[in-house]
Ligand binder design. Structure first.
Ligand code: COA
Length: 392
């Protein structure tokens, strides 16, 4: 299964990203303008040079007009894409394929979401009215909280140890976010405070959750052979995969909530495209979808960074720390940035852009070769998954 891929055929030559957080004083349009202008400037292009746009937003607008109007795009194609929480990554994926096909020379992927003043909260049930009783209307934290006891039971990890492992993930991501001027939360948070944070669902407390924020980010993509016309330091797409699962998990007895088969499938596909045999050894760093702390734990195994049942040990051993062997969420992740849905996938790519170009300042990882971004939409047993591999 899978795509033939577009390894080394498309480059990112410019990126922009707003600060993520509470933007009470800015509209969706303002955020789009800020991100797009940052990206134009970064690629050294004028707006007129962009041939086509892909806009990712889940709920902050409909149709291409959401971007065409504020960006004053003059009679050009603007495609609105949506794929749940993987929406920002979908914008990149579609723009990359458009450029690779030769249909356009220069494309922009742009993503935005403004959640704070929409009243969005993870504590509001996502399922609406249950249909025939087989779909429960559970909140996002409740859905993802099911991963924790399932993991503990399957791998014989006692709950106290697991609590420390989850806190360690939140601690790490807040540590990284404290070193990022674009993050929503820029403070380190102690293990004690994380352990003691008020419970939200199951064993998850507030500090196990990503926050709710506003933000936008954008990328300029061109064919690889044109990349050096725009920058001395492009980054190249090696693998790009997206899968939608059959949404059977919650209906099947054998689904045990310790894996996302969709992530395994999309990682397998992206690695095949990029020629990666051993992700633990070959991927230098990754931005993954840490919507809740147990999600990051399970992702380490689904992406092949840890053996099954071993991610909790790798976490405690510091493998995924900023100075560890395989840093995960060096920018602070969803934990520090919140999750303005249409923007998150592009925000992840923005960190790859900085790291691979040696521009990540205090967070800079030594000589990274390949980076991975991972975006998940949905819930355990019923989700979509995106994986990209990028490099110099
Ligand atoms: N992580 C760290 N700090 C957080 C936080 C989080 N997830 N959420 C809120 N805070 C902080 C705020 O900065 C604020 O700090 P301050 O008092 O120093 O300013 C304080 O906690 C209270 O903020 P508030 O916005 O009132 O929190 P809340 O109780 O309304 O929201 C949650 C907390 C957990 C409900 C909210 O963060 C949430 O819904 N998260 C999940 C989002 C989600 O499900 N996304 C979909 C993912 S698939």
């Amino acid at each position: 299964m899978g795509s033939k891929g577009i390894c080394d055929r498309v480059a990112i030559v410019g990126m922009g990203c707003t600060k993520f957080g509470e933007h009470w004083g800015k509209s969706v349009s303002d955020l789009l303008v800020d991100a797009a202008h940052d990206a134009y400037h970064s690629a050294g292009v004028e707006a007129e040079q962009i041939d086509a746009y892909w806009l990712g937003t889940l709920s902050s607008g409909v149709s291409g007009l959401t971007a065409a109007e504020p960006l004053k795009i003059q009679y050009k194609p603007v495609t609105h894409v949506e794929n749940m929480c993987a929406t920002g990554s979908e914008a990149i994926r579609n723009a990359a394929y458009a450029v690779a096909s030769g249909a356009y020379d220069v494309a922009m992927a742009i993503g935005v979401e403004k959640l704070k003043d929409s009243g969005f909260s993870g504590l509001v049930g996502s399922g609406g009215v249950a249909s025939d009783g087989t779909e429960a209307g559970m909140t996002a934290p409740a859905n993802f909280s099911l991963l924790a006891p399932a993991y503990a039971e399957k791998y014989g990890v006692d709950m106290e140890t697991l609590r420390d492992v989850l806190s360690r993930i939140a601690y790490k991501n807040h540590y990284n976010g404290a070193r990022n001027e674009k993050a929503q939360f820029q403070r380190e948070v102690s293990m004690e405070k994380i352990n003691a944070s008020p419970k939200v669902a199951g064993m998850l407390g507030i500090m196990d959750c990503s926050g709710v924020s506003d933000g936008a980010a954008a990328a300029v993509l061109v064919r690889a052979e044109d990349a050096h016309k725009y920058t001395d330091n492009p980054i190249f797409i090696k693998g790009l995969s997206f899968v939608a699962g059959p949404a059977e998990g919650t209906k099947r007895q054998e689904y045990d909530f310790t894996t996302f088969p969709e992530v395994v499938a999309s990682a397998h596909d992206a690695y095949a495209q990029a020629g990666i045999k051993d992700a633990r050894e070959e991927i230098s760093m990754a931005e993954v979808h840490d919507c809740f702390t147990p999600t990051e734990l399970v992702l380490m195994e689904d992406l092949g960074f840890s053996e099954r049942g071993q991610a909790w040990k790798d976490t405690v051993d510091g493998r995924f720390d900023l100075k560890g062997e395989q840093p995960i969420n060096p920018d602070g992740g969803l934990k520090s940035f919140g999750h303005p849905i249409g923007a998150s996938g592009l925000r992840m790519m923005y960190e790859m852009w900085l790291q691979l170009r040696g521009e990540a300042g205090e967070r800079q990882i030594e000589n990274p070769k390949l980076g991975l971004t991972h975006n998940l939409g949905g819930q355990p047993g019923r989700c979509v998954s995106f994986v990209s591999v990028v490099g110099r």
